[in-house]
Design a protein around this ligand. Structure first.
Ligand code: ADP
Ligand code: MG
Length: 265
């Protein structure tokens, strides 16, 4: 039997079994095994390990795509020195993901440009890599999605889909004021969410100003804050915009003016 026949058979069977690494790389792995003097079991172990690694990477990629992050921002890219008021050990602890299983809430509050979306995204990515289902939404986008679902009589379907998430990230609470109907939709969702799974909310508002988001409804706002702050981790961001400080430092001669230096002054 020529060497080509088993190779073609492996390729055909590999395809049929949906094992792309086996289908396309078995011959290469066999050659490498022969060169290294490895036996058939070692060859098979190496081949299947590569197949499994490839599949894990695909699952992770599709989980990250499904989360719909606006940008892929990593924790490693965050300059903690420039955001000195942020509780860095708490961020590191959250990145390890124990809060997900405990269905806890993270509130990230602070002025625009201080890194709330960056940190929320990085925590979301970390959760995806731990095999968790994550969805990133802006509050404006979520409210639109909820209102559309309600108009089309499929609100409970959307809510069920959101319930299946391990982590929901609601970015930018406070950027848009909601009318009473929108307030009620968002309130219902968030109040329910905190019993169902982990939640990250970012906001540029102080808690005292949250009523302005919920159509001035103080009772509703108080009820929501009561729930969200019940088992919550607070991440406080302070100072001025990171980007703004960076461009300011660059304009002032660019002598290594790290953003952290500017805050310190
Ligand atoms: P926020 O959501 O608080 O308005 P962002 O997270 O969108 O702010 O930050 C604005 C931009 O500045 C982003 O590109 C972000 O990556 C960057 N940025 C903010 N703070 C930091 C930081 N401490 N280190 C690195 N990049 C930062
Ligand atoms: Mg933001």
């Amino acid at each position: 039997m020529s060497a080509l026949v088993p190779e073609l058979l492996v390729r055909a069977h590999g395809r049929r079994l949906k094992l792309p690494v086996v289908a396309n790389q078995a011959a290469r792995f066999a050659e490498e095994a022969a060169t290294a003097g490895h036996g058939p079991l070692e060859f098979l172990a190496a081949l299947l390990s590569a197949e499994v690694a490839g599949r894990d990477a695909n699952v992770e990629r599709s989980r990250i795509a499904a989360a719909r992050f606006p940008e892929q921002k990593e924790l490693s890219e965050f300059d903690f020195a420039a955001q000195g008021s942020l509780n860095a050990p708490l961020v590191a602890e959250l990145a390890r993901g124990a809060y997900l299983g405990r269905r806890e809430t993270v509130l990230a509050v602070g002025p625009p440009g201080t890194g709330k979306t960056h940190i929320a995204t990085a925590l979301g990515l970390a959760a995806c890599r731990m095999g968790r289902r994550v969805r990133f939404v802006t509050v404006a986008g979520l409210v639109t999605e909820l209102a559309e679902a309600q108009a089309e009589h499929r609100l409970s379907k959307l809510e069920a889909a959101l319930d299946r998430l391990d982590l929901l990230i609601c970015d930018e609470l406070g950027f848009v004021r909601l009318d009473p109907d929108q307030s009620q939709l968002l309130f219902t969702l968030l109040a329910h969410r905190y019993t169902r799974g982990a939640l990250i909310v970012t906001s540029n508002l102080e808690f005292a100003d949250w009523t302005t988001v919920f159509a001035g409804d103080e009772r509703l706002t108080a009820a929501l804050l009561d729930r969200l702050t019940h088992r919550c981790h607070l991440l406080e961001f302070r100072g001025s915009s990171y980007r703004f400080r960076q461009s300011l430092a660059a304009r002032e001669g660019g002598h290594g003016g790290a953003p952290g230096d500017v805050t310190a002054s």
